[in-house]
Write a protein that binds this ligand. Sequence first.
Ligand code: SAM
Length: 288
Amino acid sequence: MTAANRVNLPAGLYFLATPIGTARDITLRALDILASADVLAAEDTRSLRKLMDIHGIALEGRTLLSYHDHNGEGQRPRLLRALEEGKSVAYASEAGTPLIADPGYQLGRVAADAGHLVTAAPGPSAVLTALAVSGLATDSFFFAGFAPNAKGARQSYLRGLAEVPGTLVFYESPNRVAKSLADMVEVFGPDREAVMARELTKKFEEVRRAPLSELAAEMAGRSLKGEVVLLVARGEKIEIDENALEEMLKSALRQGSVKDAVANVVEATGAKRREVYQMALKLGQQGG
Ligand code: SAM
């Protein structure tokens, strides 16, 4: 018994999202593609076979190739050849959406450059799932992937993200969570809201929401297991009234060009560039 339909797939590369935990979090369309593609490729062929077994999809003599970071260079010509022969090729990474902190980028790139159809059956991804449950703003976010392992490199990576005007999302390994949070407190300060989302869609799903310093202290005392996403709210912009903004701008204009003064005030206050620029023009006309 399977929920999948055999369908006629046009030739092309199909990126399939697969579950990040619960096996039933796969779309019907992804199942159809798994049941129908001429060639299947997977980061982990055993995981894909298992998923296909759960959903009653047989390989039926089709090729199932392994494609991951360490054999990609050797495997790409094979997959491209299949595309050239007019075949449909489905690719799944081990979990979630391919290319999102997972292999697939170079495969998609060469297939697109060669003029083949590159398409996707969208579905689970830890970044969107974590954002959805975080309680943090989602209007603008930055996916920061895995931060570097070495402390110095990690801190400078974080410093580069301190001014990003959106929620930050990090993938993290469970035994590095406490160290990363400690670095985040150092770089972002103690007060930004933060979230630790663990084992999403699985039996022991856990979402902890607290200011960075509290979350860091809590996680320092725990030994975590499973898969983790860390999220950090965007930094607060300084609330500033119009008179103060004008005084700040006047002082900046005394020190440099209009362009530099506007840029500095915008960066310091988060005020809208257009408004600060208009104010600078008005001050200029008034003789400043
Ligand atoms: N391609 C996947 C996606 O679309 O989310 C991500 C693959 S990446 C190699 C694995 C990382 O994703 C984990 O270390 C963890 O940070 C995050 N992750 C994956 N599944 C998760 C889950 N169920 N709960 C929390 N984080 C998860």
